[in-house]
Design a protein around this ligand. Structure first.
Ligand SMILES: [Zn+2]
Length: 197
């Protein structure tokens, strides 16, 4: 996972020839960390992006079918950033007190890079304890194997050590192949963000 990644040394400090504290300890400025308090509402074309953002820990409302006016009103009422691939909706909302981000990219990975760049975020974390349920946006809690008897196949219970459950819809999650794909995508997104997009 990302936390095990090594940070590159700062070239300026490498060339300083002084016995100062190793640059490996240098932390990024706190104002550039992902702000998980950013809350979003995604339009009906961005369902898979909404699910990925939830896994990354963001609070995202998404409806498969909803009219533009309702999306606009909800964004305004709940102070959520509107994510849309619809230029007309973006123009309508951004002209009416809604923070709207227009995402025209052709993949979720590119959309995430665009979104985080727009928000000025340079670091993204993937931590199952911070994730929200990709299905319903509910909060995820850790759960014990004992509570999963008869709910998921025994073979999966035996293969994994950590399990998580949505407090709202009760769906059970574990770090399977889907998690590994998201983790891999997150590393690529973060690498691009650190290069400045
Ligand atoms: Zn759920």
């Amino acid at each position: 996972m990302k936390k095990n990644q090594k940070q590159k040394p700062n070239p300026k400090e490498e060339h300083s020839n002084t016995a100062t504290e190793p640059s490996l300890k240098a932390a990024p400025p706190t104002d550039l960390k992902v702000n998980k308090k950013n809350r979003f509402i995604a339009d009906s074309m961005l369902g898979s992006l909404a699910r990925k953002l939830r896994i990354l820990g963001f609070d995202v409302i998404y409806f498969p079918e909803v009219d533009d006016r309702h999306l606009h009103d909800l964004s305004l009422r709940e102070k959520r950033i509107l994510l849309t691939a619809d230029r007309a909706l973006h123009n309508y909302s951004s002209g009416r007190r809604v923070s709207s981000i227009f995402l025209l990219e052709d993949s979720d990975e590119k959309r995430l890079i665009r979104l985080f760049n727009t928000l000025g975020l340079r670091e993204v974390t993937l931590n199952p304890k911070e994730s929200r349920c990709p299905k319903c946006n509910g909060e995820i809690k850790t759960c014990t194997k004992k509570t999963l008897s008869g709910i998921i196949p025994q073979s999966i219970v035996q293969q994994h050590t950590q399990f998580y459950r949505c407090a709202s819809c009760m769906k059970v999650y574990w770090k399977g192949s889907h998690w590994r794909r998201i983790a891999s995508m997150t590393r690529r997104v973060e690498a691009r963000l650190k290069k400045g997009g």
